[in-house]
Design a protein around this ligand. Sequence first.
Ligand code: MG
Length: 349
Amino acid sequence: MRNVIGICCLVVLLLDSVAYAQLSTGWKSHDLSRPQPKVVTAGIKPGGPPSDAIVLFDGNDLSQWLSSNGAEPKWKVVDGAMESVPRSGYVVSKQKFGDCQVHVEFASPKNVKGTGQGRGNSGVFLMGEFEVQVLDSYENQTYADGSAGSIYGQYPPLVNASRKPGEWQTYDIVFKRPRFDDKGNLTSAARLTVFHNGVLVQDGNEALGPTNWIRHKAYENMAGKTEGPLSLQDHGNPVRYRNIWVRNLVDREKPKPILAKKPPYQLKQEEVDRLVGKYGGHRVIQSTDSLVFMFNGNTPLTLVATDSTAFKFRESAGTLQFEKDDQGKVSEIVIRLDAAGVRKAKRID
Ligand code: MG
């Protein structure tokens, strides 16, 4: 008997915590009024730019780029690729970006020269500040946090997914910019996720600060900055790039509150007693401060009364209506779920 009481108390406590759970999405599940996602047409070829991408290099010219000093870029276009000209400086995109998805293809020189950091070195800089290292890391050892796919000087890639020198490779990067408060204090660090040739090499890592050689720079120098160019590094090696595109990322809408502070109708205990029971394979039970509909007997949906027999579900879009027979006894429920239409169940206890 004591065990039974214990189990009952546990159930009540669990249901109580469910009753007050605010869904972090701000939406009930399967709400049909939730805005539909925008349609984006995917690239025709794998790796091709989707319809909402900004194409920075399509193999033809450097019209979307400048040198870092603002002059015309000195990199050259060869066989549909843009190639770093040693000692000509970085190239920076004319357009600036904050949160973004970036696709870049690159190839280190086929004729291998140099070792370590001297071999096929370049880099993709997000906001012009955070370097995803480009290096010929195929059988070429260097410090781990400076190899291909590293966030330079901070995080080595999770694995070395490098192809052979001269072969085309891809980076797909998701970048979230750093955020600052009004006083210029960092509130969230820059975050990078990187796929190298389709292989995850950075899994949402938070950058310690903007990239620098020996030690990263301080975030505070970037306070107030919300965007910057995509830039490509000239590190003295003729690294080639092609098919470069960027998608601006927009945050989801902020969650709206879905719970009313007070239920629209306050049930009396005698009204609760009339509703608690078994209905087909479902049950209606009472927790400490709410009624709970156990859908199929095992999925708790907290009920919010709109009158003595009509309820909304707190967590899922839909309603529950209790129907009475000729004698005024509750005899049936009508469940309306946006996700599943209308179902009825007779009372069986
Ligand atoms: Mg580099």
